[in-house]
Design a protein around this ligand. Sequence first.
Ligand SMILES: [Zn+2]
Ligand SMILES: [Zn+2]
Length: 122
Amino acid sequence: MQRKTSQRDAIQEVFIQENRPLGIEDILTYGRAIVATLNQATVYRTLKVLMENGWLTQINHPSLGTLYERTGKEHHHHFYCHVCKRVYELPGCPLAKGDIAPKGFIVEHHEVFLSGTCPSCC
Ligand SMILES: [Zn+2]
Ligand SMILES: [Zn+2]
């Protein structure tokens, strides 16, 4: 019981520390630095529980697949740095104002994924 709690704590700790969307491999790597015995099955089970609790949400990234991030953030977009392989959250949305579709189309939703080189890798 004690052990189960600490694995879940470790996963939450990883998200709080990194404060960016993470894939399963990242979660395993960073999580094992906290709890060495962390295994993939436990991580998947814990992610499911954290999503049911509304603590985490899932992103379907077009090139990276499934990523997980904390809920409760304002609408934002993601930037993937292909050098350090990190996904950053970009605050705000440049598409929020202005006409992005021709007249007659009512835009209710959009998904934009940016990629390139981040400031640390330039
Ligand atoms: Zn980078
Ligand atoms: Zn947006």
